[in-house]
Design a protein around this ligand. Structure first.
Ligand code: ATP
Ligand code: MG
Ligand code: MG
Ligand code: MG
Length: 474
């Protein structure tokens, strides 16, 4: 069997042989880019080259980039485990041209790699192009010999790629793999570009980088048209290993097996295997995120990490695992990935300590929170209602440390929804209260400082208290 490591290596050497410089994956925490939560594509580390703000001594690059899509424009957190192909953490293989080759060569390289190097049969392959990109359409026609039944023109949603709300972007062409009729969904018009089911596996996106989008949404032409591509490693591995899910590949199956050992339960590829898949996925993302310097916290990147860990812990609980367990999966993640990402090995002990600590913290409130949520659900059902109120979701968040998406997961399992807007309002109200209290504290601090310098701390202290309470601020 061809391994994931073989495929990654084949990709790198294929493009090295064609004049590309191998560049190591950048960190999951984007350097100097506040517009981006986490590195979400191979092109991120080259953004300034595309924008013409930086030059390098090479015009072609090849990478295997670690990516996390769990927040911001590209957020797959809710999809993980439901589809066979979406992860929070995944690897994107990519070849890049910085003002060097353009559409024609990018198309030819991709086709050669898939059909000659990996020897994929063209029968299952389909192409999509941006609706009015006649040039790309013609190159695909010439390169593949396909006609309009296998080269589809799609709109902006599918075939215009943007990194985030701002930044480099452009029309794109994508290569898809048809897994066959047995993977069709129940939609009557199940088809490429029409539905999102696992039958139609998007494997490779070739982005024709031509524009920069500014914060007002205005597109300007980049100094030089460039190429940015992204081939999902887990997906191409699933095809090459002839399995029907990324979770069956040698990248993720060993992690599923770990969950089996920890829970003493058997994995099933169907619906009941959902918690196993989530845990396997989340073990990778939190191990990688912490080793790149992210720590659990209450906002920003750290809060996304906290949500990921807590979500895994709750799914662990649903498999009957009552103690800290997630940290026990990191050595396996390291073992599977260390050849490509040696940084994991150096940080393993630290990573495990952070995960264990976060798990233990959450274990303290998880059981009580679960009791509350069970009561809430019971009473909703008795009343024939279908939505957990924003106030209740906020209470679970505030008192029991349940991130909103965790409450949503639980609600979904019971065919209920959560009033997200109500949650946000409750959150805002609490923030406003906290802000006001802080203002009072600041006024108080000023009064204290003033009193100290005036040398009559006691008297002023008392006056200050009085005057503040008179204004109704405390
Ligand atoms: P999808 O439509 O399947 O969500 P995408 O269009 O969002 O994918 P791109 O932004 O085009 O993905 O990224 C390039 C490639 O990276 C995809 O073609 C796919 O192979 C891979 N990829 C994207 N998102 C994920 C993910 N969450 N998990 C695993 N691989 C992914
Ligand atoms: Mg997507
Ligand atoms: Mg897509
Ligand atoms: Mg895409």
């Amino acid at each position: 069997m061809i391994t994931a490591n073989d495929i990654r290596a084949k990709f790198i050497s294929f493009f090295e042989d064609r004049g590309h410089n191998q560049v190591h994956s950048s960190s999951l925490v984007p350097i100097d880019d506040p517009t981006l939560l986490f590195t979400n594509a191979g092109m991120n580390q080259f953004k300034n080259i595309f924008l013409g703000l930086e030059t390098r001594n090479y015009k072609r690059a090849v990478t295997s980039q670690k990516c996390v899509r769990a927040g911001g424009k590209h957020n797959d957190l809710d999809t993980v485990g439901k589809t066979a192909r979406h992860h929070t953490f995944f690897e994107m293989l990519g070849n890049f041209s910085f003002g060097d080759y353009f559409k024609k060569e990018a198309i030819a390289f991709a086709w050669e790699f898939l059909t000659k190097e990996l020897k994929l049969s063209t029968d299952n392959l389909y192409i999509t192009v941006y609706q009015d990109d006649d040039e790309a359409y013609e190159y695909w026609e010439q390169t593949t010999g396909f006609s309009s039944n296998k080269i589809l023109r799609l709109g902006e949603k599918d075939n215009f790629w943007s990194m985030g709300e701002t930044g480099p972007c452009g029309p794109c062409s994508e290569i898809h793999f048809d897994r066959g009729i047995k993977h069709s969904c129940s939609a009557p018009d199940c088809g490429l570009g029409k539905c999102d089911c696992d039958r139609w596996l998007e494997i490779w996106n070739l982005v024709f980088m031509q524009y920069n989008r500014d914060d007002k949404g205005v597109l300007t032409t980049l100094p030089k048209p460039s190429i940015d591509t992204g081939l999902g490693l887990e997906r191409i591995v699933s095809i090459m290993q002839q399995v029907n899910s990324n979770y069956e590949t040698d990248l993720l199956k060993p992690l599923i097996n770990e969950v089996e050992k920890l829970s003493n339960k058997k994995y099933d590829q169907g619906l009941s295997g959902f918690p196993f898949r989530v845990i396997a996925d989340h073990a990778r993302s939190c191990t990688f995120l912490i080793s790149d310097g992210v720590l659990p916290s209450n906002d920003g990147r750290g809060y996304v990490l906290r949500r990921i860990i807590r979500r895994a812990v709750r799914f662990g609980k649903s498999l009957g695992i009552n103690n800290s367990f997630l940290y026990k999966m990191s050595p396996k993640v390291m073992e599977l990935m260390k050849d490509s990402y040696p940084e994991l090995a150096d940080k393993l002990e630290f990573v495990q300590k952070i995960i264990k600590n976060e798990e233990e913290r959450f274990q303290e409130t998880l059981n009580d929170g679960l009791k509350i949520v069970t009561e809430v659900i019971k009473s909703l059902k008795e009343k024939g209602q279908t939505q957990i109120s924003g106030k209740e979701a906020f209470n679970l968040y505030d008192t029991y440390g349940f991130p909103l998406d965790l409450t949503k997961d639980i609600a979904e399992e019971e065919n209920l929804t959560v009033d997200t807007l109500g949650f946000e309002n409750a959150m805002k109200e609490q923030r406003d209260r906290a802000r006001n209290a802080q203002k009072d504290n600041q006024t108080w601090d000023i009064a204290l400082t003033f009193a100290k310098y005036a040398g009559n701390e006691k008297e002023t202290l008392f006056t200050g208290y009085d005057s503040l309470s008179e204004k109704g601020q405390i």
